[in-house]
Design a protein around this ligand. Structure first.
Ligand SMILES: Cc1cc2nc3c(=O)[nH]c(=O)nc-3n(C[C@H](O)[C@H](O)[C@H](O)COP(=O)(O)OP(=O)(O)OC[C@H]3O[C@@H](n4cnc5c(N)ncnc54)[C@H](O)[C@@H]3O)c2cc1C
Length: 222
């Protein structure tokens, strides 16, 4: 039976703002499923680098890909990396500047990724990436050639060491002396959504918008 609780390690133990921490595996899965991009944190030649990049998911594995020339991806299999996925759900506007906050869902995953070299797993991992971003696109578009596959690095990161934090609700100063101030307080929600598809100007007009892309139009992200 799959674990429903995230195991806490010394690295993933919440220290500050602990009440926002969750150890529910379901919360991790929901945050990762709803994300479009992640940030890959890795030390390259002694300096930290935090690189925005897309990702894919397959059960307990997160896939990252990029050019074989990518410095962050070359360094990653030899190092501990930290991948984050963040959703901003609203701005929490308090009476005091100090109590301002963000409503969010975020996940952090630590680990040393594995370089995927086998052709079959590489294609399967790249399919996960493509399907995570636009379900249906892998089978619709032309798939990678041998040369393109050779130009692509794919890393597999286990979801074994992960943490989640979630903040919801109004500002924290509603029961403080500041509540008497004549200052508006509350939450300004933020919701991202896909827009209307914009065809490539050189696209032959007889090529229709495929249903799997049309289905995303104006749908919320995250
Ligand atoms: C959009 C957004 C905006 C934020 N803005 C601020 C801000 O302006 N100032 C501020 O102090 N904090 C902010 N936070 C919270 C911040 O991410 C940290 O949780 C918090 O600052 C504690 O950091 P720390 O360095 O003390 O980590 P620690 O509490 O020492 O972290 C210990 C472990 O807890 C886990 N962890 C910590 N933070 C997160 C997280 N966000 N998501 C998942 N796991 C986590 C990690 O595994 C980490 O290794 C924000 C969070 C988000 C998502």
């Amino acid at each position: 039976m799959p674990d429903t609780t995230l195991s806490v390690t010394d690295r993933t133990r919440h220290r500050r703002l602990r009440e926002q921490g969750s150890t529910e595996r379901g919360d991790l899965d929901a945050i990762l499923a709803a994300g479009v991009i992640c940030h890959l944190g890795v030390v390259v030649d002694g300096d930290p680098m935090v690189v925005p990049t897309v990702y894919g998911l397959d059960g307990d594995t997160l896939y990252l890909h990029g050019s074989v020339a990518s410095r962050s991806l070359i360094s990653a299999p030899q190092a501990t990396i930290c991948v984050t996925v963040t959703h901003v759900d609203g701005l929490v506007l308090a009476r005091s500047v100090f109590e301002h906050a963000v409503n969010y869902r975020s996940a952090m995953i630590y680990g040393t990724p594995r370089l995927v070299t086998g052709r079959e797993e590489k294609l399967a991992g790249l399919r996960c990436l493509s399907e995570h971003i636009v379900p249906g696109q892998w089978d619709y578009a032309r798939q990678p050639s041998k040369k393109e596959l050779a130009q692509t690095t794919l890393l597999a990161l286990a979801l074994a060491e992960a943490s989640v934090k979630i903040r919801t609700g109004p500002p924290d100063d509603g029961d403080s002396p500041d509540a008497a101030l004549p200052v508006w307080a509350g939450v300004l929600p933020l919701a991202a959504a896909w827009g209307d598809p914009e065809p490539d100007p050189v696209l032959p007009p007889e090529i229709p918008l495929p249903p799997h892309i049309a289905a995303r139009t104006r749908r919320p992200i995250g």
